[in-house]
Ligand binder design. Structure first.
Ligand SMILES: Nc1ncnc2c1ncn2[C@@H]1O[C@H](COP(=O)(O)OP(=O)(O)OP(=O)(O)O)[C@@H](O)[C@H]1O
Ligand SMILES: [Mg+2]
Length: 493
């Protein structure tokens, strides 16, 4: 393996490396090298993510990139490390966790951390093997880029590489590595870790690190008696509320909302057993391991709030007053509904708010619930109807159209004062035609397991521009086939 050297010299990748996270005290991380995988091959690559990083396109296509992004070589200036965190899993304190299979290679000068997921064991691997399998890596890769293109805050994925190295799960599978990027991978669990271990100096160092880089406005607050840590908690809570509104509006189920999977920046992080809703079932549970439904679709906003309480508990020694910490969490209760209604209004093509909108939204959800109408297809057909298509395409989605007919009357009445062109445009930009349904991912995975990566590339193209029509690809925007309901996605990855 190459030895890293001079940190700020641009290398062949076109990037200059630094690592702000490594300036934190040594108790935050362990420096270590990824464990190589034999004979890596490309599975999927996102040129859009590469461009965001400022990565040289020729280098990204090179054999060296394949080795570096599998963890088999380092570029000069990379400073690989795994970080420690703790967390609550399924509502229970789980103690120390950490990057058990993820290693941060460094941070680009443009401000993105680059992390390999599945690149070998770390001191935080516990019983795990440090690896990720091909199927879960493809899902993470595609969904990261899909969410980004939907305008939903997320960690991104630069590429997936595979290897024939064998990995044991329920059965023998092959290994893969996803390269992820984000301004920071710090989670609520990082704060909980230093709180639980009574390491207040480190807790403060972490909070200051995050505030200075990502929430500098908290230093200027006059709220909470000029308490920057309380303002920080409030800001994280509001970002999280906004994220939850986006998840709910697009029908995204995360599946494992443990506090170690909650980003301090309000990003979607850790694509495991996620799913986009097919039919509208608010109680839908996407994670086969979640037998109690803790992370069901309709629980997500409440669970996020619960997780924010855990973060608040972790920050309490810095905030200094429990009542202030509780007050800092209060705005979640107004920001989430406000953001959710805003997102739903956009889906309905309404550029401004009226008091009756909540009723319109709730009325629609009741109608969709009755027959568990397909979430994505309904919204797309409604958008097309507003753009001029016959309303019958919407009515066809219902065995008994009585409810939707009544609702469409109030929808039309509400639209009487809205420009049709403006409404149609807003709806077509708010209601994607393409989302990463389980069966689409599954088909691409099965091809990739036979070393045919064309399906991954096709899906990536569609998901990168999910609001466009893509003539000829309607099959990817259709109803899930019957066999889709038998796909079981669990925590196994
Ligand atoms: N195969 C594995 N080897 C080592 N550690 C693992 C493995 N799978 C999961 N872990 C660790 O178990 C904990 C919980 O796993 P979880 O599924 O939430 O995370 P993950 O998918 O590995 O990673 P991330 O949250 O970074 O996307 C984390 O500390 C994670 O690093
Ligand atoms: Mg995780």
């Amino acid at each position: 393996m190459n030895v890293p050297s001079d940190s700020m010299v641009a290398d062949e990748s076109g990037l200059r490396w630094r690592n702000d996270f490594a300036t934190l005290p040594p108790s935050f991380f362990t420096r270590l090298q990824p464990t190589p995988l034999p004979d890596p091959y490309w599975v999927g690559r996102s040129d859009a993510a590469a461009q965001q990083l400022g990565l040289d396109p020729d280098w990204f296509a090179s054999a060296e990139a394949l080795e570096v992004l599998t963890g088999n070589a380092l570029l000069p200036g990379m400073d690989p490390l795994a970080s420690v965190y703790s967390g609550h899993q399924f509502g229970v304190w789980a103690g120390q966790l950490g990057d058990g299979r993820a290693i941060m290679l460094g941070q680009t000068e443009t401000g993105y951390e680059m992390q390999l997921k599945g690149c070998g064991m770390t001191p935080y691997s516990r019983m795990g093997d440090g690896r990720a399998v091909l199927r879960s890596s493809i899902r993470e890769f595609l969904c990261s880029e899909a969410m980004h293109s939907l305008g939903i805050p997320t960690t991104r994925a630069l590429c997936v590489t595979g290897s024939d190295a064998r990995v044991r799960r329920e059965e023998i599978e092959t290994a893969a590595v996803v390269t992820r990027t984000a301004p920071s991978f710090i989670r609520f669990g990082h704060f909980e870790h230093f709180w639980a271990n009574d390491r207040l100096d480190e807790l403060r160092a972490l909070a200051d690190f995050v505030i200075d880089r990502f929430y500098p406005e908290c230093r200027l607050t006059e709220r909470f008696g000029c308490n920057a840590y309380a303002a920080f908690l409030e800001a994280v809570s509001e970002r999280t509320a906004a994220l939850m509104a986006q998840w709910q509006a697009v029908g995204f189920c995360h599946g494992v909302m443990n506090t170690d999977n909650m980003s301090i920046l309000g990003l979607t992080i850790d694509y495991g057993p996620f799913q986009f809703l097919d039919g509208f079932n608010p109680r839908h549970i996407c994670n086969h391991s979640d037998t109690g439904g803790r992370y069901a679709y309709n629980q997500q906003p409440n669970v996020a709030y619960w997780n924010l309480y855990c973060l608040g508990q972790g920050l309490l020694p810095l905030i200094g007053d429990k009542e202030v910490a509780v007050a800092a969490l209060q705005s979640y209760q107004t920001v989430f509904p406000r953001e959710f209604e805003g997102r739903m209004r956009a889906k309905l093509g309404l550029p401004d708010a009226q008091d009756s909108d909540r009723q319109l939204i709730e009325g629609l959800l009741t109608v969709l619930l009755k027959e568990q109408t397909d979430w994505t297809i309904f919204w797309r057909r409604l958008s097309q109807h507003r753009a001029g298509a016959n309303v019958q395409t919407v009515r066809d989605l219902f065995v008994d159209p009585t409810g939707i007919d009544a609702w469409l009357v109030s929808f039309s009445a509400r639209h009487a004062s809205v420009s049709p062109a403006l409404a149609a445009d807003l709806m077509c930009k708010s209601n994607p035609k393409f989302v990463l349904r389980n069966h689409l991912g599954q088909q691409a995975i099965e091809s990739a397991q036979r070393k045919d990566n064309a399906g991954v590339a096709t899906l990536l193209t569609l998901l990168e521009t999910p609001f466009e029509e893509h003539p000829g690809f309607d099959d990817y925007a259709g109803f899930p086939p019957d066999w889709a309901s038998s796909i079981e996605i669990s925590c196994s990855s």
